[in-house]
Ligand binder design. Sequence first.
Ligand code: ADP
Ligand code: ZN
Length: 738
Amino acid sequence: MPPDRASQPRGDPGEGPPRVAVLLPLPLAGAYDYAVPDGLAVGPGDYVVVPLGGARHVGVVWGAAEGAVDPRRLRPIERRFDAPPMPEAHRRFLERVAAYTVSPLGAVLRLSLGATAALDPAPPALLHRRSPLPVPPDLRMTPARLRVLEVLEGAPARPVVEIAREAGVGTGVVRGLLDAGLVEAVPVAGDRPPPEPDASSPGPVLSAEQAAAAADLAAQVADRRAGTVLLDGVTGSGKTEVYFEAIAACLRAGRQALVMVPEIALTGQWLDRFRRRFGAPPVEWHSEVSPGDRRRAWRWVATGAAKVVVGARSALFLPYADLGLIIVDEEHDGAFKQEDGVIYHGRDMAVLRGHLAGLPVVLASATPSLESVVNVEAGRYRMLHLPARHGGASLPEIRMIDLRRDRPERQRWMAPTLVRAVGETLAAGEQTLLFLNRRGYAPLTLCRACGHRLECPSCTAWLVEHRLAGRLQCHHCGYSTGLPRQCPACGEADTLAACGPGVERLAEEVAARFPTARVELVASDTLSGPRAIQALVDRVDRHEVDILIGTQVVAKGHHFPMLTLVGVVDADLGLHGGDLRAGERTFQLLSQVAGRAGRAERPGVVYVQTLDPAHPVMAALARGDRDGFLAAEAAGRRRAHMPPFARLAALILSSPSAPDVERAAAMLARAAPAEPDVQILGPAPAPLAVLRGRHRRRFLVNAPRQAPLQAILRDWLARVRLPGSVRCQVDVDPYGFL
Ligand code: ADP
Ligand code: ZN
């Protein structure tokens, strides 16, 4: 551990070399002072290399030194990178994120240093073009060489591989012409800018409502007016077309636009649409981007060359040179919440970023979060509403199947009504989606002889059988093991039985019932990344699939014209477990799944299998009454003093040692703040009492909206010194309660 500031000997700030404070991407509270060597010019925001302990780190010059360190102990900055300094607005943003999330500033800085290789400019590259030399008469001209010369005629300089690819020859042919002097090399700076999206290319003719919403957003972007706007409209109402107009306005203003999407929803379909509209692809930023592309993307963002970035929540932390617009698509989606390290909500931090820099922020959704709806009602956000599906396509009809009456057979999961509907859809040559939000074959494996349940050795969780992979897996820590023949508890052979369905088991049932149907199974473990999802979408579009079976991967944004039936196999799955937002989340997810049916001219039907059709979520779904549902949900939360009408924060203590975590919990409990109106629940064993071998205890802090929650948490944590083995995570505005 580095010494903290207080333990560094004090020196006279007036003496010694010039110094600056450098922030490092480490979980430290603040920046450290470093000496600026002679001849090195550094300013705020510059990326530098500094020594710390025995290691070197990349850091960012954060501002003037505090001057507390003895100048003889001050170590020098080793080098400065040739990269655009991190803008002031971005540095202030990181400070606010640290303050809001009660995280060390250095840990937040790390989110912005996702591609340190990008800090050095790329080495110059050589591009090739036709030289002015005429073809010498003695040169042997093969057909391959002729093709290369044809391709080069009047074309700009390009890399050899590109020329070879276009001419359909090996690179050796191009090099041969280079040796012969017919091709010449031109050195260029290594970072060629990406092709620029063209704002002037026209979009589709918008409906009156779409045009009004688009003009409103475009004006806000052009006028650089701050403010958050909720773009609310059913699936297919044209929200994407509308926010494309806001992007076009941002491009015309010469500024950068960021589109944040839940990672999984970034499909090739979206990218294709963007490319068709703007004539060039956006710059992508998410976990699937290769290191080379990350390097380029980071640099393009920092230099301002990237005009439109589309990415997961982490894209918000890129150091934009001149951000002019943020769009958060599917703003209600839980995937915007980062649950490790710095725990933050990407949507909320986007709103904060917009607020700090005076930018428009657009939140788009067909099922907005209660938070956003309440912010509209309170006048903090504006709302733009798109009332209808484009082209008059009708919304699907939603029918409940009461599983207590319309009962599946034993060890089957589809009710007779649903089976009939799938059969009819197949006969009509149309497609079906069966939705079950559970990966694997069965969520529980149990011994029929002794009742033993197979559990993860490091988590309080059952092992999930994945029959296709022939493994039992823990969905919390990734532990995996072969399926034993004997019960590990009683030793009996062949007594282990699968309980309950996952998508693999449902696929088995479908194959047995519809042996000639072409069935495809999709779950996040069988399909990952935008490209794989796109390949699947293409197969469904070409009608190579009759029945698609999937988890929530298939719930997002894809559009299948021939899909007319959706069956929700277990609608009650997300409703239990004591989660504050269980009802809201279920409503959103099921509405989204239902939105897959009948988007084109064909009307769709959605069957929802439930044990409780009278549950408010199911009743609202059946009535298509989103606003009624939200109003009831809001009233319930207000009564219970829960978000968004009050504030929550969780403290999660964890340690490999159970006694240590107990002790830490007791210490925190004793030091708990005694503020009026602030309620502290816990310490309670977390529902996931053991995770990855760490024992866990939780506190939940419930405070009124206007309470200084972060200050209360900070003071509380500052009063205790936790045992070294204990980690304490702070989760402000928790979305997970495990
Ligand atoms: P949302 O984002 O609200 O789900 P989209 O913008 O994806 O809606 O629109 C749904 C479909 O309708 C897309 O295929 C889109 O291209 C098409 N669409 C929407 N508005 C128009 C329009 N004004 N003219 C032509 N096609 C449109
Ligand atoms: Zn586990």
